[in-house]
Design a protein around this ligand. Structure first.
Ligand SMILES: *[C@@H]1O[C@H](CO)[C@@H](O)[C@H](O)[C@H]1NC(C)=O
Ligand SMILES: *[C@@H]1O[C@H](CO)[C@@H](O)[C@H](O)[C@H]1NC(C)=O
Ligand SMILES: *[C@@H]1O[C@H](CO)[C@@H](O)[C@H](O)[C@H]1NC(C)=O
Ligand SMILES: *[C@@H]1O[C@H](CO)[C@@H](O)[C@H](O)[C@H]1NC(C)=O
Ligand SMILES: *[C@@H]1O[C@H](CO)[C@@H](O)[C@H](O)[C@H]1NC(C)=O
Length: 954
């Protein structure tokens, strides 16, 4: 398109790069159209991400057809430039100075940066300048407006300008609108500003302006709007406002103004908006307010006004919004207010008002009534806040806040009349009696707060009809009975507080279906049984449950007696895994339903009896094998399995994956308690020495009744045997009979990490470097397993061994695969010994268990290694959960104090602290928030080189 880059363009390019473009171009090429030139120069400084200025082509004769450009039909010169909201960025260069006829410059809502000086345009001709909502900054030169006789309107609102408002602004005598709001202008107002007698609108809100508001405003007879809100003006408000008879809106809020309001304001009979909120005005509120008959909004909140609310308020028939909150008003609202027939919103909260709540409140069309934190009582003789509702149509009422007053009596059924009510707050009164069932008629309710009263009886089921409810607070009453399941229909619920009542029974399971809950406080009741399972209740904060001694479940760290023996169904017909001979005889062929605990008990008994026999047999057979009479015990080496001779059910099959099986000295050791190395969820481990002097560790599986059929067992074990990694304990072989299974492992001499961390003897003390190595090695081991799609399920410090080189070796991996089914109850009962390492999702039926449960256990392990503390420590009458403790310490900035005292002064904080943070990330409640083990390994390696690693975790 631009194949021919003409000379003119080239010369521009040159000029933009090197020289002051305007001056040079003018002197070089005086025949160019000044407007084209100026706009091209302007464009050269601007980034135009949306390409809106693509039509601006320097080859054009004039710029009148360009986007955003408007010319005078007579002179063909540019008179308006409208480039609002185009996401333009960059600086405003000097190009615009060329536009000698420009009257309106509007660049609002862009991303322009830099400061503005006399370069921006020729103010002599400009009438409208709108640079609002950009990113302009810096101070305005004091003489910026020296020649601005034509200027009608200027807006620099919502930028980042600083410094004083230029005094030259006062010379723009034609100004009608000034908007400098939302900047950081400081200092005092130039006094000349009040001489701008044509000004209609002055908005200086949200700056850092200070000092007194000087006298002089009375000259501004055209003023309609003045907004000085959110500055630091102080002192009294001078007289003079009353002379600006056209004033419609006055906003002096959020300053430090004091004294009383100037009385001449009463003459402002056109004024419909008056806010002096958030100042230090004091004294009685003036009765003359009744003369400002057009007022629609009157906000005097957060001042120090006192005395009675003047009854002249009743004259303000247009008043819609009245906010008198946060003052020192006493007495009652005047009866005359019944004549404020337009009133929509009334807020007198946080005063010292007393007496009965006037009944006219409920006869009006009010939508919002807020009277909290006063000393008001119920209306009428019944002293009931909602008395007399039935007489009136209160369809309009949407917000009713009577909290923290002295209302007594019962809530009547009239509450149902309030069908538009969205927020009802009656908390902190002394209301008694039950919550009426009619509450279900308030179908629009979003927020219902009845806490801190003396309500009794049950939570009505009808509350399930308030389908918009998102906040329900009934705490600190004497409510009893159980929590109605109907609450589960309220799918918008986010915050529920039932604490400090006398609620009983089991929580309805359906509550688990509430999708938006983020707080459910049940503390200090008498609830019992298991919590509903589900994403919310599995991670509910324990403080929401305290004071209910009969609750149980993982979150309260108390097992539920009624839940663990969950029946499981073993159905040989559907499971080809059960070769008839391999099923324990007492299970047989029939569909049998047994509880898990029964299964485990039976299984354990069988192992004890049959195990002793089988091992004796093994011993005999091995002996006979040694005497060159190969009998039923089959030896096979390598990967090939021999199936043939295993017809005798009692005969065992020994397979070593590599080399010669040589077991003769080992067999008797199995029965020797002295050789026991430890016990885990899947069985006891013994050390034995093969004939060639090679040590092995033998695990006797104690869950034989749960182990799969021989074929499946062998397939799985063979898979596990293939896994080799320097940080995994190698599985070297196995021994199988239907009733006894042994796994033969590499022997790791250094003992378990648990022993090194927690077994008192000082000789086992691990240095920081050794600990880091163990963490990294364990991480690599898990990453390797996950890469092979194997979940460990049982990561804990007793399962991490340390070899003679200090290298970590993770054991016991993959054993869950030997179970006939990966039932999470079986798993969690196997893993119960690993309390504290168990990921929260085990308690939750609806969350899938993934490899992220290992990440959780690993996170706990990290914290254990760094702090030297057990995952759960039982103190005198307290249980300390390690990750909660570290998380708390981190929040308090005291995480270094958690580090193992034995390491004091001997660890690099730049490694230890990121490692702990990593541990906390790994123990995130939500599985998806935990990193995967591959990432963990990378992070650990980065931490090792602190210069690269730190930012990642900061
Ligand atoms: C302004 O620029 C910033 C970054 O420079 C960008 O994030 C933002 O979206 C831009 N805003 C507009 C309105 O274009
Ligand atoms: C404003 O400009 C500053 C730099 O001057 C930049 O850091 C910031 O992101 C900008 N803000 C917006 C909202 O564009
Ligand atoms: C001043 O400008 C801001 C930002 O554009 C706008 O929100 C405000 O309403 C303007 N003030 C007046 C009085 O028009
Ligand atoms: C309400 O206004 C009417 C006339 O506008 C007046 O007669 C009456 O007294 C007023 N009511 C109160 C309670 O001030
Ligand atoms: C709570 O209820 C039980 C019986 O349900 C009752 O004995 C007890 O007094 C009640 N406690 C309170 C504080 O109301």
């Amino acid at each position: 398109m631009r194949a021919l880059l003409n000379m003119r363009a080239l010369s521009y390019l040159f000029l933009f790069l090197l020289l002051d473009p305007v001056l040079v171009v003018l002197s070089v090429n005086p025949s160019l159209n000044d407007d084209v030139l100026g706009l091209i120069v302007f464009k050269a400084d601007i980034q135009d991400p949306k390409g809106k200025l693509a039509s601006w082509n320097e080859d054009d004769e004039n710029s009148c057809g360009w986007f955003g450009v408007k010319c005078s039909p007579r002179s063909n010169r540019v008179i308006e430039l409208n480039l609002d909201g185009l996401s333009l960025s960059g600086r405003i260069g000097r190009g615009l100075l060329q536009l000698q006829s420009l009257r309106k410059l509007s660049l609002a809502r862009n991303n322009l940066t830099g400061s503005i000086g006399p370069n921006i345009a020729r103010f002599e001709n400009l009438r409208v300048v709108d640079l609002s909502e950009n990113n302009l900054s810096g101070e305005l030169p004091d003489d910026l407006f020296r020649q601005c006789g034509s200027l009608r309107a200027i807006s620099l609102a919502k930028n980042k300008f600083t410094g004083k408002i230029p005094s030259s602004l006062s010379s723009c005598s034609a100004l009608a609108a000034i908007n400098l709001s939302f900047n950081q202008f400081s200092g005092s107002l130039p006094s000349g500003i009040w001489t701008l007698s044509g000004l209609r609108s002055l908005d200086l809100s949200d700056n850092l302006l200070e000092g007194r508001i000087e006298k002089g405003i009375e000259g501004m007879k055209n003023l309609r709007t003045i907004n000085l809100a959110k500055n630091q003006f102080s002192g009294k408000v001078p007289d003079g406002f009353g002379s600006c008879l056209l004033l419609r809106s006055i906003d002096l809020s959020e300053n430090s103004l004091s004294g009383s309001l100037p009385e001449d304001m009463k003459d402002l009979t056109l004024c419909n908006y008056l806010s002096v909120s958030g100042n230090a005005f004091s004294g009685e509120f003036p009765a003359w307010i009744g003369e400002m008959k057009s007022l629609e909004t009157l906000d005097i909140s957060l001042n120090r006004f006192s005395g009675q609310v003047p009854s002249s308020i009743g004259n303000l028939q247009s008043l819609k919004t009245m906010n008198f909150s946060g003052n020192g008003f006493s007495g009652n609202l005047p009866e005359s207010m019944i004549n404020c027939t337009s009133l929509v919103s009334l807020d007198v909260s946080q005063n010292s008002m007393s007496g009965d709540l006037p009944s006219w409140i409920f006869k009006s069309d009010l939508q919002k009534v807020l009277v909290s934190q006063n000393n008001l009582r119920g209306g009428g003789s019944l002293k009931n806040p909602l008395y007399s509702l039935e007489e009136v149509a209160v369809q309009s009422l949407q917000v009713l806040d009577l909290s923290s007053n002295a209302f007594t009596g019962e809530i009547t059924s009239d509450i149902a009349v309030l069908s538009s009510l969205k927020l009802l707050n009656l908390s902190k009164n002394t209301l008694s009696g039950p919550i009426p069932a009619a509450v279900g008629g308030a179908v629009s309710l979003k927020e219902l707060r009845l806490g801190k009263n003396s309500l009794v009886g049950k939570i009505p089921t009808s509350i399930g009809n308030c389908s918009s409810l998102s906040t329900l607070v009934l705490s600190q009453n004497s409510l009893s009975g159980s929590i109605p399941a109907a609450i589960a229909k309220l799918t918008n619920l986010q915050v529920v507080d039932f604490s400090f009542n006398n609620l009983t029974g089991i929580l309805p399971k359906q509550l688990a279906n509430l999708p938006n809950l983020h707080t459910f406080n049940l503390s200090h009741n008498n609830l019992e049984g298991e919590l509903p399972a589900g994403p919310f209740f599995n991670i509910i904060s324990p403080s929401s449950l305290t004071g209910n001694p009969l609750l149980c479940g993982a979150v309260v760290k108390k097992s539920c007696p009624s839940v663990l023996p969950k029946p499981i169904v073993l159905n040989p017909n559907t499971s080809g895994d059960y070769a008839p001979g391999s099923l324990p005889p007492h299970l047989g062929h029939k569909r049998i339903i047994l509880s898990i605990s029964a299964l485990i008990a039976i299984g354990a008994a069988a192992v004890i009896v049959i195990g002793v026999i089988a091992i004796t047999v093994l011993n005999l057979r091995v002996r006979s094998a040694a005497s060159q009479a190969p009998a039923a015990l089959t030896f096979s080496a390598g990967e090939e399995f021999s199936h043939s001779p295993t017809t005798d059910a009692n005969s065992g099959k020994l397979v070593m994956f590599s080399g010669e099986p040589d077991f003769s000295t080992g067999a008797h050791a199995l029965l020797n308690k002295d050789c026991e190395l430890g016990r885990g969820g899947f069985g006891a481990v013994y050390r034995t020495v093969l004939r060639d002097g090679h040590s092995v560790a033998i695990k006797k599986l104690t869950v034989s009744s749960l182990v799969k059929s021989q074929d499946d067992f062998e397939i799985e074990v063979k898979k596990l045997g293939k896994i080799r990694h320097q940080n995994l304990v190698a599985l070297e072989g196995y021994y199988w009979t239907p009733s006894l299974q042994l796994l033969i492992y590499e022997y790791v001499s250094g003992g378990s990490l648990y022993k090194h961390l927690h077994d008192g003897s000082g000789g086992n003390f691990l240095s920081w470097n050794e600990r880091f190595n163990v963490i990294l090695g364990t991480a690599k081991a898990l990453a390797h397993l996950h890469h092979l799609n194997i979940i460990h399920y049982n990561i804990k410090s007793t399962n991490v061994l340390i070899d003679s080189y200090g290298e970590a070796k993770v054991g016991d991996f993959g054993l869950a695969r030997l179970l006939p089914m990966l039932d999470r109850y079986v798993l969690s009962s196997k893993i119960q010994s690993a309390l504290g390492y168990m990921a929260p999702e085990f308690a939750c039926r609806t969350v899938k268990i993934t490899e992220k449960c290992d990440v959780y256990g690993f996170g706990v392990l990290i914290l254990e290694v760094v702090t030297g503390k057990r995952p759960v420590e039982y103190m005198e009458d307290d249980v300390v959960v390690l990750c909660d403790m570290v998380r708390g310490a981190l929040e308090e900035g005291k995480v270094e104090e958690c580090i193992d005292g034995r390491l004091q002064g001997k660890f690099p904080a730049e490694e230890a602290i990121p490692v702990m943070k990593l541990g906390l990330i790994c123990t995130s409640q939500v599985p998806s928030n935990r990193p995967d083990m591959g990432e963990v390994v990378n992070i650990l390696e980065l931490i090792r080189c602190p210069s690269e690693g730190q930012e990642e975790l900061g």
